[in-house]
Design a protein around this ligand. Structure first.
Ligand code: PLP
Ligand code: COI
Length: 346
């Protein structure tokens, strides 16, 4: 293995040694299979290719201060993948298969877990696809569940430094009664044009508004949005956003710190009164937002006057990272410790 510069890893694909696969055929899930191939052999009429029967997850494993490997909130990701499967009529992956496959993928690639102190982590990408053929618009009868992993750095290249984001009104990523609340590929396809344009225009990502009224904030690209004002943690309530596991964790940590959590519509008009704003997610962790520009009105909202994240965002970020890295007590049992001493060769 070539030596890896852990401290400057981007958030991207990184080839590791193995991935784990499980097939649903003839009405049942098979055994976990280990593969060293980066490719899948798919039927030309697989529903994933034609009708978007696809869902994925994203979670991370961390090397702790104590040398133990922790996976963060794996059961929440298993649950959300079941919800995504239900949403687009795919076979649900039972939680025990989900968790065993994730753990096996981490164990098999344990040499790629970034060392403690590098700021990097092992990103885990489970995905479920309709692999059986259909030409009529119908759910498949066969499914393939896979998990691959790879070491990553921060999603937004700035890391824990303020980024600029752009409010858009001419694209929606999801409809109010559509699939925005589940993690299916189609939502990401729908977000690409706005996201790439935001990059081209100098922003980290696009902020989508609610598709119906375009009055309140939905999501910040591939992350949830939060604002801090007068000791309150405010985060959007919307049927078309992904229920972020990071956001759910931050709400708990915010309450522990004595903040009041408000989950409600967050109006664009309110942006000027927020003291701190940020985007949160597995990949983004917390990305402080230093500037928001409304692409239609040109109105600009600025935060982080000294060029750094505000005090509440910083405290939340530090506490979340400390739990993930085993530096403080994990009082909610969010982390699953994984044994990586034995090699898994079955
Ligand atoms: N919103 C979207 C659209 C996402 O893709 C993600 C990433 O998973 C999130 C929010 C954050 O969710 P989580 O914290 O569970 O990773
Ligand atoms: C995540 O935060 O895990 C994501 O899935 C975001 C993005 C890479 C799609």
């Amino acid at each position: 293995m070539e030596s890896i510069d852990w401290g400057s890893l981007p958030f991207g694909y990184f080839k590791t040694d193995y991935n784990v696969r499980c097939y649903f055929k003839e009405k049942q899930w098979g055994e976990l299979e280990i593969s060293d191939s980066e490719y899948v052999n798919l039927h030309i009429a697989a529903t994933a290719l034609h009708y978007g029967q696809e869902a994925f997850e994203g979670l991370k494993a961390f090397m702790g201060v104590d040398g133990k490997v922790r996976v963060f909130r794996i059961n929440e990701n298993a649950k959300r993948m079941r919800a995504s499967a239900q949403g687009v009529m795919m076979q649900e992956v039972p939680d025990d298969i989900f968790c065993s496959a994730v753990i096996k993928a981490v164990q098999l690639n344990s040499k790629y877990i970034p060392p403690y102190g590098t700021g990097a982590s092992l990103y885990i990408r489970p995905l479920l696809i309709g692999s059986g053929p259909q030409v009529g618009v119908k759910p498949a009868k066969e499914y393939l569940f896979m998990v691959f992993v790879g070491p990553v750095g921060p999603y937004f290249k700035e890391g824990f430094k303020p980024v600029a984001m752009q409010i858009v009104r001419d694209y929606d990523r999801a409809a109010p009664l559509g699939t925005g609340h589940i993690k299916v590929g189609g939502n990401y396809a729908a977000s690409l044009r706005a996201g790439e344009r935001a990059h081209d225009e100098g922003f980290s990502t696009a902020i989508f508004l609610d598709a119906k009224e375009k009055n309140f904030i939905d999501e910040a690209g591939p992350a949830n949005f939060f604002g801090i004002r007068e000791n309150k943690y405010i985060t959007p309530l919307s049927a078309s956003i992904l229920p972020s596991i990071t956001n759910k964790s931050l709400m708990t940590l915010a309450e522990d710190m004595g903040l009041v959590v408000e989950k409600r519509h967050l109006y664009v008009d309110e942006l000027g009164s927020l003291e701190e704003v940020g985007a949160c997610g597995t990949a983004a962790v917390i990305s402080p937002i230093g500037k928001i520009v409304d692409r239609d009105t040109g109105k600009t909202f600025e935060y982080c006057p000294d060029g750094n994240a505000g005090p509440v965002s910083t405290a939340l970020y530090n506490q979340l990272r400390a739990i993930q890295l085993g530096e403080v007590e994990d009082k909610y049992n969010w982390c699953t410790i994984i044994d990586t001493i034995e090699t898994v060769a079955d």
